[in-house]
Design a protein around this ligand. Structure first.
Ligand SMILES: C[S@@+](CC[C@H](N)C(=O)[O-])C[C@H]1O[C@@H](n2cnc3c(N)ncnc32)[C@H](O)[C@@H]1O
Length: 232
């Protein structure tokens, strides 16, 4: 069985990367939700795990972080390299495998935005995050909301951990859904205490912008955003 469904991006990475900075969904929902809750990164060692085309890597560099970034997909690695220049360490790597290229206790913060739901078992990745974080280090991650993703489930079993498929405008994507209780339990077992759990809503777009999903995202929990601290 596959360890992850990251191959979903094999065919669509370039299209995905080209559209990210223009989509109202990102400009008025995804990114403001992350940026208003991002822990302080100034003068911190930060890992951007599953960096995609590198928006958050670039943003955190601007905010004064020392950034290491990696992604499974070579197109995204290249885009992040182009975006960050020499200023970040950018690598190709699989989050479902040990992160041997990263030293123990060498980061203050791991940022992992919309990535962990591509892993079938995410505990090994959480344990790797714990290993590379300094004492008291933080993980800050977002994932699809398990309640809303239930709409894509064929089992309709909220408590199942299961592979789902969705049809995006650029192609099909597969990812895993876990119930909230499992998310919380797995974090605790990996040695993290949840400090903040958010269900972000969009910001109002200007009248000139058509953001069709605004009403839906105002009323439906689309994302789960968690800040958790390494505790053991
Ligand atoms: C929705 S994109 C998010 C990208 C970026 N974090 C952002 O928010 O702009 C999901 C990312 O997860 C990456 N990914 C999926 N499975 C992965 C794995 N096993 N190891 C590393 N990255 C993975 C994909 O290549 C893709 O870049």
């Amino acid at each position: 069985m596959e360890k992850h469904s990251g191959a979903s991006y094999d065919e669509i990475a370039a299209k995905y990367a080209d559209r990210q900075d223009k989509k109202p969904w990102n400009l008025y929902f995804e990114r403001p939700g992350i940026l208003r809750s991002l822990p302080d990164v100034a003068d911190k060692d930060v890992l951007d795990a599953g960096c995609g085309p590198g928006f958050y890597s670039q943003k955190m560099l601007e905010l004064g972080a020392r950034v290491t970034s990696f992604d499974l997909n070579p197109v995204f690695v290249q885009r992040t390299l182009e975006r960050t220049g020499e200023r970040a360490r950018v690598l190709q790597a699989d989050l479902a495998e040990p992160l041997d290229f990263l030293k123990d206790a060498s980061f203050d913060l791991v940022v992992c935005i919309l990535v962990l739901h591509y892993l079938r078992d995410w505990e090994p990745a959480l344990l790797e995050f714990k290993r590379i974080l300094r004492p008291d280090g933080l993980i800050f991650f977002s994932t699809h909301h398990p309640f809303t993703d239930l709409q894509l489930s064929t089992s309709a079993d909220y408590f199942a951990t299961e592979l789902l498929e969705d049809e995006w405008d650029i192609g099909k994507v597969s990812f895993y859904r876990r119930p909230l209780s499992k998310i919380s339990r797995d974090l605790y077992h990996a040695g993290f205490l949840i400090e903040e759990l958010l269900e972000p809503q969009p910001i109002k777009p200007p009248d000139t912008v058509t953001f069709e999903a605004y009403e839906k995202a105002m009323k439906t929990p689309m994302r789960l955003l968690i800040r958790a601290r390494k505790c053991v």
